[in-house]
Design a protein around this ligand. Structure first.
Ligand SMILES: Cc1cc2nc3c(=O)[nH]c(=O)nc-3n(C[C@H](O)[C@H](O)[C@H](O)COP(=O)(O)O)c2cc1C
Length: 327
């Protein structure tokens, strides 16, 4: 699987609508789901939690949890639903997540994590991968990170996504935990030097194709979260510059291509806002970006799912109108 550029798992962002939209921009990036808790898959509505459009592929399912049995079961179910990879979240620092013992606090329990990973691999043929941070609280030395990865590697896991910041457990809010601890890319580069046989994907604060190119000199892949969410057309530049694929759609064409999907989803009960909210940043940096944001805020909160009304709104976004209004 090509993990040269991955779009990060992001709660409330990388749902199936966002992934469908991003796939219209980029053929080659690997997309991730939001974190889905293994207990929820065990007890909840599996179809609602896991179904997705085949056009989104390749997609990795990210799981949260610390029960080897539940994680293994969720991995098996993920494979049946057609995902391409199963990823275990060992990086989320939120208090709620800690209370339920998953996410970054599991860095403290490498043997339990190893049990989870072994059990997961025994129940699925898909690659099982890990997403973690460089450390937590006062544990931020390279040796601890090295030892953690060494223990997990013994289970046969070959791909590690490393968010290049430590997690401050219980001290910072999730937002602070994404910004305050400093980025230490050197630790991730060193990991690749010491584990040449592992696939190391670097994550945290990456915003441009130039940065991607520089990281790719040292590691196997990059993962980008917020920059893609806020400015999704960055993926078109990534297609051209990183994947050497010139065959990308314009912003206007992407909206045109999204319309049949929107119409179909609305018929099946999705609200317009649930899809279009992800497109707010599409024209980011363009002269007409304010027009697009205003257009969406005036039109996308149509409360009832009146298909005719929504058809009308979507038809109004005609190719010509966009071409005229959005630079
Ligand atoms: C809104 C939001 C939700 C996130 N949800 C998840 C998640 O579900 N699982 C996960 O592993 N990381 C999650 N993260 C962290 C990202 O995957 C990523 O590691 C982090 O944003 C750093 O990358 P960036 O600087 O490119 O955004 C989330 C980040 C944001 C901003």
């Amino acid at each position: 699987m090509n993990r040269k550029v991955c779009v990060a798992p992001m709660m409330d962002c990388t749902d199936r609508h966002e992934r469908f939209f991003l796939r219209l921009i980029s053929k080659n990036v690997l997309l991730y789901t939001e974190m889905i808790v293994s207990e929820a898959i065990d007890r909840g509505d599996k179809k609602k939690l896991l179904s997705f459009n085949i056009k989104e592929k390749p997609v990795a399912l990210q799981l949260g949890g610390s029960s080897p049995k539940l994680l293994a079961n969720a991995s098996k179910i993920g494979e049946e639903f057609g995902y391409d990879e199963i990823n275990l979240n060992l990086g989320c620092p939120s208090k709620k997540v800690q209370k339920n013992k998953f996410g970054a606090c599991l860095i403290k329990e490498p043997n339990l994590v190893a049990d989870c990973l072994s059990e997961m691999q025994s129940k699925t043929k898909l690659p099982v991968t890990v997403k973690t941070r460089i450390g937590y609280d006062d544990v931020e030395d390279y040796e601890s990170l090295f030892n953690f990865i060494k223990i997990l590697k013994e289970t046969g896991v070959k791909t590690f996504v490393i968010h290049s910041r430590k997690a401050m457990l219980g001290k910072f809010t999730p937002k602070q935990n994404l910004n305050i601890p400093p980025l230490k890319y050197e630790m991730v580069y060193k990991l690749k030097e010491d584990f040449k046989d592992l696939e190391i994907i670097i994550n945290g604060g990456i915003t441009s194709t130039d940065q991607i190119k520089n990281h790719l000199k040292k590691v196997d892949g990059v993962m980008i979260g917020r920059s893609v969410y806020h400015s999704p057309y960055l993926l078109a530049e990534i297609e051209k510059e990183i994947f050497k694929n010139e065959d990308v759609f314009s912003r206007q064409e992407i909206i045109q291509n999204l319309i049949p999907y929107v119409k179909n989803e609305i018929k099946n009960g999705t609200r317009l806002n649930q899809i279009m909210r992800h497109t707010i940043g599409l024209f980011h940096g363009q002269t007409g970006s304010a027009f697009w944001r205003r257009y969406l805020s005036e039109n996308m909160c149509v409360r009832d799912a009146d298909v005719k009304k929504i058809d009308h709104i979507m038809d109004k976004i005609s190719f010509n109108q966009l071409n005229r209004t959005v630079g």
